[in-house]
Ligand binder design. Structure first.
Ligand code: PLP
Length: 368
């Protein structure tokens, strides 16, 4: 046991989900609705550091009403998946990137960093215990949700909590596209911004998501699927779509190149985004991190210079954008079908995750 890992106290669930019920859930898991039989908890205090690591039955946790998280939202989370590969092994994808991102979020939220080895150990302990919950259906996975929040029992706002709880829960997830991949229509929100310079946009903290629900509801009210987040100052520079990073394909075929908004501090540094930026050049598709305004986006689509646009993130891998709508403008991208470059990148990444393609990058992390 390295000094950065802990011994877990294990309490097995004495009433696990019956196998037949579990199999019924795995046949049609939906997204984020069902949870496995166990969870991980690890406590932190300023005095003891990380301690009291447990694997225990999944269930409610007692929380003092004065816990800081309930008042000041000192919280952060991560999201990644465990996949059952074609040879039966169970893997996760770049979990150390999630650990590093959680620690960057922790620094912004004045929370303690967790050793990366302990973060990954916690995932492994849970996945090994609940291995029967990792679906075998292609495109399905076990979504892992590590999160951490402030538990000090104090209402003072002058200092961050001195105590925290880190947890991991797991939820089987089905295909993001049960009826096949369909491009989405997105809404250019002028009324709401997700993140401002100096704020918490690049931290994966719950408050960013709480603040995004109204924008998403506005998008739906406008007949769109997702909201596009624009910069908070000029409301014209494109940042993200829903909870995904955005990629723009210029040109097509062997001339195609990718542009994605640069990480300015207001965007979340997606692990799928990073993977695309590494994969694409190896497939002969040059990439650039830069800036794109809504005017350039519209003009590029109308001239045909921009051939495809897609969101990318752990949940969907790639979500093609087919149409854009705003209060005073509307345009289409491509012919309403998923584009060639989007699908090529998706197939490549999915192939690495499922084990059907080689992994020259060492991204796949074997758990079992
Ligand atoms: C705001 C936001 N942007 C982008 C992403 C994509 O990140 P990843 O590729 O790590 O899932 C997510 C999802 O985690 C997100 O919440």
């Amino acid at each position: 046991m390295s000094s950065n890992t802990l011994d877990f106290e294990v309490t097995p669930n004495e009433r696990p989900t019956p196998a037949a019920d579990r199999e019924a859930i795995l046949a049609n898991p939906g997204w984020g609705q069902h949870f496995t039989d166990h969870m991980v908890t690890i406590r932190y205090s300023a005095e003891k550091g990380w301690h009291d690591a447990r694997l225990q039955p999944y269930g409610p946790i007692p929380l003092d009403p004065a816990s800081q998280v309930l008042h000041y939202a000192q919280e952060l989370f991560e999201g990644l998946k465990a996949y059952r590969q074609d040879d039966g092994s169970i893997v996760s994808f770049r979990p150390y990137m999630n650990a590093a991102r959680m620690n960057r979020s922790a620094r912004r939220m004045a929370m303690p960093e967790i050793p990366e080895e302990l973060f990954v150990q916690a995932l492994e302990v849970l996945v090994r215990t609940d291995r029967d919950w990792v679906p075998g259906t292609p495109g399905y996975s076990l979504y892992l949700r590590p999160f951490m929040f402030a538990t000090s029992r104090v209402l003072g706002v002058n200092q961050p909590s001195q105590e925290y709880l880190f947890m991991v829960i797991a939820s089987p997830s089905g295909s993001y596209y049960p009826r096949g991949i369909k491009p989405v229509t997105v809404w250019l929100s002028q009324n709401y911004t997700r993140a401002a310079p100096g704020g918490t946009g690049e931290a994966k903290t719950g408050g960013n998501y709480a603040a995004s629900f109204a924008g998403q509801a506005e998008a739906v009210a406008q007949g769109c699927d997702q909201v596009v987040w624009l910069d908070a100052v000029e409301h014209r520079w494109v940042e993200e779509v829903g909870s995904m990073n955005l990629m723009f394909v210029y040109g097509s075929g062997s001339e195609a190149r990718l542009l994605t908004p640069a990480l300015t501090g207001t965007l979340l540094a997606g692990i799928t985004r990073d993977s695309m930026l590494k994969l694409a050049p190896d497939l002969g598709i040059p990439v650039e991190e830069g800036k794109i305004s809504i005017e350039e986006w519209q003009a590029g689509c109308e001239s045909g210079e921009i051939s495809e646009v897609f969101g990318c993130g752990t949940a969907a891998i790639i979500s093609p954008v087919g149409a854009v709508r705003g209060p005073d403008r509307e345009w289409r991208i491509g012919d309403g079908e998923p584009g060639e470059i989007s699908m090529k990148l998706r197939a490549e990444l999915l192939g690495i995750q499922s084990g059907s393609r080689p992994d020259p990058y060492g991204w796949v992390h074997k758990i079992i």
